[in-house]
Design a protein. Sequence first.
Lengths: 114, 109
Amino acid sequence: EAAVTQSPRNKVTVTGGNVTLSCRQTNSHNYMYWYRQDTGHGLRLIHYSYGAGNLQIGDVPDGYKATRTTQEDFFLLLELASPSQTSLYFCASSVDRGQISDYTFGSGTRLLVI
Amino acid sequence: QQNVQQSPESLIVPEGARTSLNCTFSDSASQYFWWYRQHSGKAPKALMSIFSNGEKEEGRFTIHLNKASLHFSLHIRDSQPSDSALYLCAVNYAQGLTFGLGTRVSVFP
């Protein structure tokens, strides 16, 4: 079964800290996405990629970097974490950009910046 | 950027009732429309999609799409407590899918 695995499940860091969230998909999907989910704002796209080495900017990219090292692996980097980045982060993968195929989401990473 | 609005924000329905959820979008060029369901503490999961005007039924779930009205809806027949979840509508745009804020549905026995 197609799978997207995120790590860690939970993370606490201090303001100004450095955080890396990891995502691996075993679906052979071209597209991978990073979303954050917040009450009152819903799911918002941070960055996405359509293949190894590619990176596209999403709707809320400020304060985030991302890197797609392989077809399977997509990382989200917070180099100077701020309390406003406390959120539930989801990674997803898909064959296309939400046209014929659906998104497969990971289980999420809950990040707390104190 | 696509603007997607959902209504109502929340819904409480008795078991066995029909549940109706609404979604409006802003870009008339949109072509692909999805409903996702997210149980508490879990990942969103696609329920069903529609690509052309009209109606599509899968089991207890029905989607209606009216592109001219920039509106689509999800109807759940014979709602069950296991249907209690956050329902997210999504519409495609240049960068992929944009999601609404969701409708939280609670089905009580």
